[in-house]
Design a protein around this ligand. Structure first.
Ligand code: FE
Length: 222
């Protein structure tokens, strides 16, 4: 997958929410200093911190979201529920928690393609997608997704028909979006699990499409 197509650097605003690479070292140093101090004073247990990091790195990730999408592809009732009350529909599959309290699912169709950004910082639906990719937090993505979404999509290798409208959703601390990509053609009768394997992280941000099984076949991977 394309993971860093946008130019980095440039404009650094320096407000609290900025996650530009120029700030990361400074932030990392401050986090380390704070963590050392808290551990030294006995306020936090380093093993508990490791467990939280481990959870986000290995247990919570885009496979969760992929299962939600695959279920919506095979079960019309679930799809309707997801579009109506994503928080509850996602929770029913066991995915809930921090930054997933107010979920909204937006579905891609031939008429509309949805793209998610957080223009202010890096708000992201952690329970279904795990930790955000670096480019999602970059200043160029955050500004250009709004100004030139079609150009941004092109850099991710996504070219949509001119008649497809692009709708950009700005995540906030309150609402987190999950894009439901279109189900690829040629997948009739596929199991939910097999379908889930076609749902990439980027496709659930709207920066990609679900994997077309014909492209896998062409590469000899199907
Ligand atoms: Fe944010």
């Amino acid at each position: 997958m394309v993971s860093g197509p946008l130019p980095t650097g440039g404009d650094i605003h320096g407000h609290d929410h900025d996650h530009d690479s120029g700030h990361l070292t400074d932030v990392a140093l401050r986090v380390r200093a704070l963590e050392s101090l808290l551990i030294e004073k006995g306020y936090v247990d380093p093993a508990a911190l490791d467990a939280i990091v481990e959870t986000y790195e290995t247990k919570i990730g885009p496979r969760n979201g992929a299962r939600v999408v695959a279920r919506s592809w095979v079960d019309p009732d679930y799809r309707e529920w997801l579009l109506d009350d994503a928080t509850a529909a996602i929770k029913s599959l066991g995915y809930a928690g921090r930054q997933g309290e107010h979920m909204v699912a937006v579905e891609n169709t031939g008429a509309v393609h949805n793209l998610v950004v957080c223009t202010l910082c890096s708000c992201y639906p952690l329970p279904v997608l795990g930790l955000p990719p670096v480019w999602y937090k970059s200043a160029p993505y955050r500004s250009r997704a709004v100004i030139d979404p079609r150009g941004v999509l092109a850099e991710f290798g996504v070219s949509l028909p001119p008649e497809t409208k692009i709708r950009v959703w700005d995540s906030t601390a309150e609402i987190r979006y999950l894009v439901v990509p279109m189900r690829p053609a040629g997948t009739d009768g596929w199991s939910e699990e097999r379908l889930a394997s076609l749902v990439t992280r980027d496709s659930m941000i709207g920066a990609g499409l679900a994997i077309d099984p014909r492209s896998l076949a062409a590469e000899g991977r199907a």
